[in-house]
Structure formats: C-alpha cells, structure tokens
Design a protein around this ligand. Structure first.
Ligand SMILES: NC(=O)c1ccc[n+]([C@@H]2O[C@H](COP(=O)([O-])OP(=O)(O)OC[C@H]3O[C@@H](n4cnc5c(N)ncnc54)[C@H](O)[C@@H]3O)[C@@H](O)[C@H]2O)c1
Length: 318
C-alpha cells in the first residue's frame, strides 16, 4: 500500500491503521513548509517504529514515482495543499501545483502499473454553497474557493484517468476532519491554541455556520473500506453524521476543557460555505461505514492530545 501525504494529519493516522491491519506501507511526502516540518516528523514517529513501514521523501510533481509504486496494490492519495483562506492571491499557484499537477503526475505514473485501487482524498469544499443540505454526492459541485476548485479538478482528473486508462479510482469527499495532529490552521486547532494561552478565540462570521465534524479514526476507517469494496468510479461523502454550528462546538469545548471561552467575531472568510453537512447514505450503503465517535468524545481526545503536546498535565472536565 502507498500513502501520499503520509506525514500529514490524516495520512499519518492512515499509515498506522494500515500497519496495524498487517499491511506493508510505503509513505510518501515532500514535507511542504505550509506548517512545521518538525510537526510532520513527529506525526510519522509511530509508523516509523513499525518494520512494515518505509518512507520516501519525494515531491509528486517532479519525482520518478516508479520505484515507490513497484509492487503496490492500493494507492491512497492524500497529499495536497489544504486551506480555504490562503488559496486566494499569489498562493494559488501552490494549490494548482500540489493539488492538480501533483495528482496528474501520480496518475501518469499509476497508469503504467497494475494497481487494484486508487483512493483520492477529496473535500466537501467541492460543493461550495450546496443546493441541498445535507448534501448528496449528486449535488452540482460549485466550489466557492480556489482551494475547492483545485480539489474538484483533481477529482475530475482521477475519474478521467479511470475512464481512459482503467485506473480503478474512488473519490472520497471528507467533511471537516478533527482529532490529534489536526493541522494548526484548522478551526479546532486554532481554538485550542487560543484557549490554552488565554487568548480570545477568533471566529470567522457569526459562528452559526454548520459543519459536519468527522473524527480522525472514522475518516480513516471509511478510507480503508473504500479500498476494499466494489466502488470504482464512485464519489462518496464521509461526514461525521451530525450538524453542529461553530458556536455549539465552542460550547462543547468549554465543557470538555473546563475553561471559559472568550471569543471575538471577525468578518466571514471569502470562500467559506455557510453550511457543509453531508448526506452519508451512500457511504452506509456502499462501504458499510458509520461514523462512531461523538463530537464530545472526539473533542476530549483532541484536547488531551493538545495538552500533552504542550507538555502540560492532561486536564479534562467530566
Ligand atoms: N483535514 C480535513 O479536514 C480535510 C477535509 C477535507 C479533505 N481533506 C483532504 O485530506 C487530505 C489530507 O489532509 P490533511 O489535513 O492531512 O493535510 P496535511 O497538510 O496535514 O497533509 C498533506 C501532506 O501532503 C504533503 N504534500 C503536499 N504537496 C505534496 C507534494 N507535491 N508531494 C508530496 N507530498 C506533498 C504535505 O507535506 C503534507 O504533509 C488532503 O488531500 C485534503 O484535501 C482534509
């Protein structure tokens, strides 16, 4: 099995799950400097301790991928440049490079190989302000951020390589993934950082935007299932299963941490959809998948991890 973006938040957890299932895993990552390399190296430590794991530091855009792909049956493609807010302006080049060009180069390499499945990590950002909520996979994708546009372009690329070259592709649209190792730019990671350092929590917009928070072990479980089921050519949502507003998340974080949240509302960010809520019926039917971790339990785990990462004693309320 090969995992791109293996040193990232979700990729590192996926590697560990595959190793625990007894697979040999090749991890690939270029350690982009979007956030600290040291964080990514720490993410990889548990996988590196397993003899079934090997790691290649390489950039999908310009590396020769044939050696890494040799003998691989399943490719999990998670490498990308994430973040809606920074995808405007001159940063856009980076999103095109690491999301669209990198995916095309990987597909070119894979089309020469007899792989059994390519699982592409897409995003709820492809929907934009969706015409229906909860959003089903057949809703017209209308991204409202440059980031979402590049994720949709990469999804289309994967599916057109399937049509033309028979690569068995499945695209998973992840909804707001959270848990230990969450990227530092993501909302919960920022909220916890502010809370722990007694700063005001900055909330973009009025906090009434709804999100479908999906705990890391659930998203990993759905991703593993997508490699083993007859779902080639499908696009499938993986969402945590409950609609929660940012204000509700902050109330739960207050309970979990036992600390008082002080928040400051900032103007809504261009590119952030009002709601991002998944219909997960297709994942239930085709993958036999069900999210299991409640928001309260997941937030507790992320808060405990965050406290440990700060080198503080773990403290949770209740
Ligand atoms: N985290 C979420 O809530 C979320 C939501 C929807 C979709 N996703 C998707 O899941 C995937 C993983 O997200 P994450 O939050 O773990 O992000 P992350 O930034 O932690 O991990 C991505 C990794 O890809 C690597 N990478 C980037 N460009 C590369 C290249 N050209 N060659 C090799 N490696 C490269 C980076 O160094 C990074 O370690 C992404 O495709 C993302 O779009 C994540």
């Amino acid at each position: 099995m090969l995992v791109t973006g293996a040193a990232g938040f979700i990729g590192s957890h996926l590697c560990e799950r595959l190793l625990a299932d007894g697979h040999q895993v090749v991890g690939v990552d270029s350690y982009t400097d979007y956030y600290e390399r040291a964080d990514k190296e720490r993410n990889l430590e548990p996988a590196r301790a397993n003899s079934g794991f090997s790691f290649e530091e390489l950039d999908l855009v310009d590396a020769d991928l044939r050696a890494a792909l040799d003998g691989v049956k399943v490719v999990f493609h998670l490498a990308d440049q994430s973040a809606v807010r920074s995808s405007w302006g001159s940063h856009f080049d980076r999103f095109v490079r690491d999301n669209v060009v990198a995916t095309q180069r990987l597909l070119e390499a894979v089309k020469e190989m007899p792989i059994g499945r390519l699982v592409y990590a897409s995003s709820s950002a492809v929907y934009g302000d969706a015409e229906m909520s909860p959003t089903r996979e057949n809703a017209l994708p209308r991204p409202i951020s440059p980031y979402g546009m590049t994720k949709l372009a990469a999804e289309y690329l994967a599916l057109l390589y399937m049509r033309n070259f028979g690569i068995p592709v499945v695209a998973l649209r992840y909804f707001t993934v959270y848990g230990p190792r969450q990227r530092p730019d993501m909302a919960l990671a920022r909220f916890m950082q502010a809370l722990a350092t007694n700063q005001e929590i900055e909330v973009f917009g009025d906090g009434e935007q709804a999100r479908d928070f999906t705990y890391i072990s659930d998203v990993v479980d759905g991703t593993v299932k997508a490699a083993g089921r007859a779902v080639s050519g499908q696009v499938i949502n993986l969402g945590g299963g409950s609609r929660v507003t940012i204000n509700q998340v902050l109330a739960t974080l207050e309970e979990v941490s036992g600390m008082q949240v002080r928040k400051r509302n900032l103007p809504a960010t261009p590119g952030d959809p009002k709601h991002a809520v998944a219909s997960i019926n297709l994942a239930r039917e085709r993958l036999g998948w069900e999210p299991r971790v409640t928001l309260r339990d997941g937030l507790t785990k992320q808060w405990e991890w965050f406290q440990e990462a700060l080198g503080r004693p773990v403290k949770t309320a209740g």
